[in-house]
Each structure stands twice: as C-alpha cells, then as structure tokens.
Design a protein around this ligand. Structure first.
Ligand SMILES: CC(C)(COP(=O)(O)OP(=O)(O)OC[C@H]1O[C@@H](n2cnc3c(N)ncnc32)[C@H](O)[C@@H]1OP(=O)(O)O)[C@@H](O)C(=O)NCCC(=O)NCCS
Length: 177
C-alpha cells in the first residue's frame, strides 16, 4: 500500500516535478498534457487549493487538478472538473490515485461544491461514486467522448437542477476539442 504518502496543495516549487510526473504518466502525449497543466494554472479556471500533489520520500508521485468547467442551462454556470490525473508509473496501482481522488473530493465537498465531473476511465472512477453524467441529465462537452467516460460525482450539495450542458473552457482546445 501507499505508505508515508502526504497529500497537499501544489506549490510553485513543485512545478518541475509535477511536469515530470505528468509526462511519465501520459506517455503517449507527454508534452500535450504537461502543457495542459500549465494552461490550466494560467487560466481563470484554476483553483490553487484544489490542485493537489501526493508526495513520499522520493518526492512528488502524483498530481490532480480540480478546475472550473462551464455549465449551460443548469442552476449554476460552472462546476468542478477533475483533470488531469497523473500517478508516477513506479507508484501506480498501490492506492495513490485512490487517496488523491478521495482527498480532492473531500476538499470539494468541504468547499460546499455540489458536484465534480470527469472525462475518465470508466473502469476506475465509479468506485469513487462517479456516475454516468448523461443519466443525470448532463450534456457532453464533445460528441467524441464515450458516454461511459463522461461521469459526474454528486456531492451533498447536489440538486437535479444542476444538470446542463458541460462546456469546456478554451484551455481544453489544444486537446482536440
Ligand atoms: C489511472 C491512474 C490515475 C490510477 O491511479 P493508481 O494510483 O494507479 O490507481 P489505484 O492504485 O488507486 O487503483 C488501482 C486500481 O485501479 C484500476 N485501474 C488503474 N489504472 C487503470 C486503468 N488504466 N484502466 C482501468 N483500471 C485501472 C484497477 O482496478 C487497479 O486495480 P488492480 O491493480 O487490482 O488492477 C494512474 O494509473 C495513472 O496515472 N495512469 C496514467 C494516466 C491516466 O490514465 N490518467 C487518468 C486519465 S482519466
């Protein structure tokens, strides 16, 4: 299991180590995703206290960001989106991602946020309570996203009126949306 792992908000000094973790995790698109992280940080959608690292004695071993995505036609014009999520390959599958996601969801809940959306691995996120977003009435930000990969985690503040069409901010454009 993931022993001695601390989870905390990222700091400026972590940026190079985070970029390394992101590149190593997204081995097929290393520069694209590392640049995506930097664009989110530089955008209005960035939430510093919800950009988190996991670290152990070896340094930064994982990173996740919750930042704003737009909602059209819902009771709020934005909700939290979880992306990107990176665990250093030598620390994958020992529970680090689980710790980081649970921590991020706890912080979102503590901040009074009603929901978190993710475009992610359909076999991974349901264990944290993510459900198909379309079944809750959310519209997908892009037609190429498989329905089962478009998920929302309802938090205690959730109400059905929240549902609307998710609109990704311009920071997502370079990912092909
Ligand atoms: C996907 C990822 C975030 C999971 O984090 P992790 O710390 O490795 O996962 P955990 O240890 O918390 O959970 C392990 C379980 O998650 C599931 N899981 C992990 N990676 C998976 C994947 N790529 N596909 C499907 N299930 C996966 C498995 O059930 C695994 O259990 P197993 O080891 O018994 O098979 C991490 O592997 C990663 O960074 N991958 C590369 C980048 C990426 O794909 N990011 C997510 C984009 S949505």
């Amino acid at each position: 299991m993931a022993e001695g792992v601390v989870i905390r908000p990222e700091r400026d000094a972590d940026h190079p180590a985070i970029a390394e973790v992101v590149r190593a995790a997204f081995v097929e698109h290393p520069e694209e995703v590392a640049a995506f992280v930097e664009r989110i940080r530089a955008s209005e959608q960035f939430i510093p206290e919800l950009a988190l690292v996991a670290e152990d004695a070896s340094g930064v071993i994982a990173h996740v960001m919750l930042s704003w995505v737009g909602v059209e036609g819902g009771s709020r014009n934005k909700i939290l989106g979880l992306t990107p999520m990176s665990v250093r390959p030598d620390r994958q599958r020992i529970g680090v991602g689980t710790r980081l996601i649970r921590d991020a969801l706890g912080r979102a809940e503590a901040a009074g946020e009603p929901a978190v959306m993710v475009e992610g691995i359909p076999g991974y996120y349901p264990r944290f309570g993510f459900e198909r977003a379309s079944a809750l009435g959310f519209g997908s930000p892009h037609p190429k996203i498989p329905d089962e990969a478009f998920m929302v985690k309802r938090l205690p503040g959730y109400t059905p009126e929240l549902a609307g069409r998710i609109v990704y901010p311009p920071t997502f454009d370079a990912l092909g949306y």
